[in-house]
Write a protein of this length. Structure first.
Length: 72
């Protein structure tokens, strides 16, 4: 039975520069392993997607919503 890969380009495109290296050091694996997990070629056993989602969300918030002065 064919099972399509689940690419995580939505996360990968919103990561800041150097985030894959930072995540690889934090979860103790290689940068290629992190890239392969995001491309759907390997399964996530180290919590890589969770760490990537956190960094991507922070980067997205900083780049899109913190540009303007807060009205609050």
């Amino acid at each position: 039975m064919y099972k399509a890969r689940k690419n995580r380009w939505d996360i990968h495109n919103n990561l800041p520069h150097g985030a894959i290296t930072k995540i690889a050091k934090k979860v103790d694996c290689s940068t290629t392993h992190v890239s392969h997990v995001l491309e759907g070629k390997r399964k996530d056993y180290h919590g890589i997607i969770r760490e990537c989602e956190l960094l991507a969300a922070i980067n997205l918030w900083k780049t899109r919503f913190c540009k303007y002065k807060s009205q609050l």
